[in-house]
Design a protein around this ligand. Structure first.
Ligand code: SF4
Length: 544
């Protein structure tokens, strides 16, 4: 970790104090190149009993109380007179007078100091850069020792300090950093400085995610694991195989069996499993270990207990939701009426200045009434307008009593699931919110964050599915006054939903293009940055 600390103080803090980890092409390649030296082999003899010929020991764990250092040495070359630590690095040898990057030299020096403390003669080390297949010799000299010990002291102080170091500014280190999507260096700097007018913001994180959700709704199938594949079988016959590395979450509907081996692998890889009833009600999830970022949860609980701070956030969530509803209505109505637009504007403005969460609740309810009273006017598909059983009058649920309400409920359920999974991945407790108060079984924080996305993701998917004739009369089941989608309807609706999640959108504050799926994660991380005190306000996702 001295290496990471020397590279970037914040990287060290994120990885070692907050327990963040993200796999990147570089870390995967590094692990692959390291696989041989990571296997423990050979012994380290006593310093006064070194063998007459050169021998090697691999993956040697050694520590020093005197120096307060511990290291795993990739390879030790044991010579008759001395020992030489050899460190393997994935990249190429830099064109520097020292022949090695500073973090690598510091790491090697720490290993040499530990060896010296155990009585070995160790006056130099070797760094092997696999990228250029070159070894470089690093002498353990006073200047390097002084630097290494100073960095060690600073590291201990930073780890115990309890506050995350600031991100680097415009650093060429960031684009190669595996934690860039978690750290958000440019975004945090930009929002901290409130310099939102300035030129283009660098987008250091990928616009889209490579891994995608897998939905299984075929009843009676079983999910297993075969090597690096997830298999879906019926009566032993394989129906489909999916590479585990391509899965972001596994969503199962109804009676689907999952083997222990598959569950364990999914847990190990931090791929959540989301359980839905056959009809699409999201009722649970299963994940690996809880996220290690306890600092974030402590701050979440602290702010949730503070009425004023909670109300500040609640105002932002509700104000943004109403404004996004207003924009959605204006964009999708053939001739939006001024009264509705003005009323939504008035309510959103009131939400921004309200003094109590009860009044805020009332404003949100009033805005929802105005918005949904006009929702049916956004529908173009004829069959949803002619047939009385299809006509949407107002929002109703549990159970939904018309097709549009059935679609809305289903869309909110999917969005809720995605936010739950995102919040868990970021390190939050999804059950403690700032606007939605705690109640048994209610994912209050997921519901908080969902507010700004309801119209622009969920309602938008519903309208697309209807107006593009993707979901038609045949896809609904009418039973005892309630309406639900049939299996085929759910399948088609999931495809529409996933398409929306994959759509690129320009972030209103950061100015770059990013998919809605990534936006959810970005907003959750920005909320974390706000709770950590790194940015002054939560920058809600307000569409223009
Ligand atoms: S992205 Fe940049 S600032 Fe953030 S941890 Fe990595 S190197 Fe440090």
């Amino acid at each position: 970790m001295l290496n990471e600390f020397t590279y970037c103080r914040r990287l060290f803090y994120l990885e070692w104090v907050q327990g963040e980890f993200a796999e990147s092409a570089d870390t995967l390649e590094g692990r692959f190149k390291h696989r041989r030296v990571d296997r423990e082999r050979g012994d380290l003899p006593d310093h006064d009993d070194l063998p007459p010929e050169i021998v090697q020991a691999r993956s040697v764990l050694i520590s020093s109380e005197k120096y307060r250092l511990i290291a795993r040495i990739d390879l030790l070359e044991i010579e008759p007179e001395r020992v030489v630590p050899v460190d393997y690095k994935r990249g190429s040898m830099p064109d520097l007078p020292e022949g090695a990057w500073e973090p690598d030299r510091v790491q090697l020096c720490a290993q040499a100091l530990i060896l010296q403390d155990h009585g070995y003669r160790c006056d130099h080390g070797i760094i092997y850069y696999a990228g250029s297949k070159k070894r470089t010799m690093v002498p353990i000299e006073d200047e390097l020792i002084e630097r290494t010990l100073a960095l060690r002291d600073e590291l201990i102080e930073t780890a115990l300090g309890g506050s995350i170091p600031e991100p680097l500014k415009d650093s060429p280190k960031c684009p190669r950093c595996s934690l860039v999507g978690i750290c958000l260096p440019d975004e945090t700097n930009l929002l901290f400085e409130k310099d939102m007018k300035g030129g283009e913001n660098r987008r250091l994180i990928p616009a889209r995610q490579d891994a995608l959700p897998v939905y299984i709704q075929e009843q009676g199938v079983s999910v297993g694991k075969k090597g690096d594949l997830l298999t879906i079988r019926r009566k032993g016959k394989i129906l489909k195989e999916v590479r585990l590395m391509d899965i972001s979450q596994l969503c199962v509907f109804g009676n689907i069996q999952i083997s222990t081996q598959a569950l364990r692998e999914l847990n190990t890889r931090n791929i959540p499993v989301c359980y839905f009833s056959y009809g699409g009600w999201f009722y649970g999830y299963n994940t690996g270990m809880t996220h290690k970022n306890i600092e974030l949860r402590i701050r979440q609980f602290r702010v949730a207990a503070n009425q004023e701070q909670s109300l500040d956030l609640a105002r932002i969530f509700v104000n943004t939701k109403i404004r996004n509803c207003r924009t959605f209505y204006r964009r999708n109505h053939p001739s939006p009426d001024k009264k509705t637009v003005d009323e939504l504007y008035r309510l959103s403005t009131r939400a921004r200045h309200v003094k109590s969460s009860d009044i805020l609740l009332g404003i949100e309810g009033a805005a929802a009434k105005v918005y949904f009273s006009k929702f049916a006017e956004l529908v173009k598909a004829e069959e949803y307008k002619k047939d009385v059983s299809f006509i949407f009058k107002t929002r109703n649920r549990r159970p939904p009593r018309d097709p549009i309400n059935a679609l809305l409920s289903y869309a909110y359920s999917l969005l809720n699931k995605d936010l739950m999974v995102t919040l868990l991945a970021v390190g939050f407790d999804p059950y403690l919110g700032f606007y939605h108060r705690p109640r048994y079984g209610r994912p209050a924080l997921a519901l908080d964050l969902m507010e700004e996305f309801r119209p622009i993701i969920a309602d938008s998917v519903v309208l697309t599915a209807i107006n593009n004739n993707e979901i038609t009369r045949e896809n609904f089941i009418f039973r005892a006054g309630s309406v639900a989608l049939d299996g085929e309807g759910r399948k088609k609706f999931l495809a529409t939903y996933e398409r929306r999640m994959d759509t690129l959108v320009t972030h209103p504050v950061l100015g770059y293009s990013i998919s809605y799926r990534r936006v959810l994660e970005l907003q959750a991380r920005l909320l974390g940055r706000y709770l950590n005190g790194e940015i002054k306000t939560y920058p809600a996702f307000l569409v223009r």
